[in-house]
Write a protein that binds this ligand. Sequence first.
Ligand SMILES: Cc1cc2nc3c(=O)[nH]c(=O)nc-3n(C[C@H](O)[C@H](O)[C@H](O)COP(=O)(O)OP(=O)(O)OC[C@H]3O[C@@H](n4cnc5c(N)ncnc54)[C@H](O)[C@@H]3O)c2cc1C
Length: 397
Amino acid sequence: MDLEYTPEEQRFRDELRTVFYEKVPAEIRERVVRGQISREDIVASQRILHEHGLAVPHWPTQWGGKKWTATQQNIYASELQRAAVPTPLAFNVSMVGPIIAEFGSQEQKEKFLPATANLDIWWSQGFSEPEAGSDLAGLKTTAIRDGDEYVINGQKTWTTLGQYGDWMFLLARTNPGAERKQQGISFILVDMKTPGIERRPIKLIDGSVEVNEFFFDDVRVPVSNLVGEENKGWTYAKFLLGNERNGIAQVGTSQRVFAELVDAAKETDVEEGTLADDPDFRSRLHTAKMRLLALEATQLRVAGASADGKPDPASSLLKLEGTRLLQSLTALRLDAGGTDSVLVGDTEGTDGTPVGLSSEHAASTAALQYLNMRKLSIFGGSNEIQRGVIAKAVLGL
Ligand SMILES: Cc1cc2nc3c(=O)[nH]c(=O)nc-3n(C[C@H](O)[C@H](O)[C@H](O)COP(=O)(O)OP(=O)(O)OC[C@H]3O[C@@H](n4cnc5c(N)ncnc54)[C@H](O)[C@@H]3O)c2cc1C
C-alpha cells in the first residue's frame, strides 16, 4: 500500500500547519514542550482552534464537525502534537461531546454542545472508582431515583484535572439489582457546584496535582441530566471508549521529542566531542528512530484500514507501542541532560502544575516529564489490557 500522502493530503496538512504555528501563540506551544501548560493555555488554544473550525472535526457537521477521512483525522492529530499545540480537552471533544451529539436530548445538545466545543464548560470524566478501573463494569456508585431527581452516593477516583471541572459525566448504578454487572448503569451529567460533592487532590510522582478523587454524599441531580435511556450507560461508555483512539499512538509528540533530543545531544559536551558523537547514545537514538518510523507506518496503515469508521483492534498496537516509545524517549532525554536533569527545588506551582525549578535549562524539566509519562501505560486502557486485546483480536490466540 502507498504510505505517502497524496498532494491533496499534503495541502490539507499545510493548511493545518498554518493555523497551528501561526495562530496558536508560540508561548503556549513552548510551555507544552516544557510540560508546564496551564488551564488558561488549554482554554485559549482550544478557542483559537474552534474559531478556525479545528476543535471538534470528528463531531457531526451540524455541531462543528468536518466529515474528514480517517487519514485526515490522523494527519490532524499528528500535526497538532508535532506543533506542540495543546490537544483540545479530550473529555469535551472526544468523550462527552460525541455522546451527547449521538444519544442526548435536543435540549441537552443545544445547552451543552456549543459550550463544550468552545471549552466554556470544562468536563471531567467520572468513570473509575477504587476496584473499578480495568474492570469498569464493577463500579459501585449509585444513582437512585427519587421523584424527578437522582440521589448519587459513592466515590470516583483518578479524575484528571477535576480541579477545573465545571461538570462531570459519570457512570452510576441506577439499578443495583440488575443480573449482570454491565446492566443497570446510567450515564449522568452532574454540575460540580451541586451540594454534597467533596474533592480531594491526589499528588502525583512528578509533584503535580493532575488527578483527584471525588466523594458524592446524597448529591441530588435532576432526571433531565440523564443521557439517553436509563440503565443503558454501558452501551454509551463503550461508544465513548471507542472514540479515544484518535492520535493514540502520539506519533507527532514522539517526533517532536525526538527532534529535541537530537538537538540536546548535539549541545551536550562529553569527554570527547558531544553526546551526539557517543557511540552508545547514537545507537540508542537509531533504535528509537527505527521504532518511530515503524510506528508511523503502522499508524498510516491502521488509519487506511479503518476508513469505514469502525475502530480497528490493531489500534491497541498503536497505544502499546506509542506509549512505550514515548516513555523510552523521555528516558533518553533524562540521560542526555546528565546532572542538569536532576530535580532540585520546589516542583509545585500555585495551581499545582510543576514549575519552580532552579534552572531554566530545558533539561531541568526532563525528570518531571520522564516521571509524568509513566502514566501513559495505565490510563486509556492499561497496556496489559491492550496486550490481552492484541492476543485475542489481532493474533487470534
Ligand atoms: C494519570 C491518570 C489519569 C486518569 N484519568 C482518569 C479520568 O480522568 N477519569 C477516569 O474515570 N479514570 C481515569 N484514570 C483511571 C484509569 O482509567 C485506570 O487507572 C485504568 O483503567 C486502570 O485501572 P486501575 O487503576 O483500577 O488498575 P487495575 O485495573 O486494578 O489494574 C492493576 C494492574 O493489573 C493489570 N490488569 C488488570 N486487569 C487485567 C487483565 N484482565 N489482564 C491483564 N492485566 C490486568 C493492569 O494492567 C494493571 O497493571 C486515570 C488514571 C491515571 C493513571
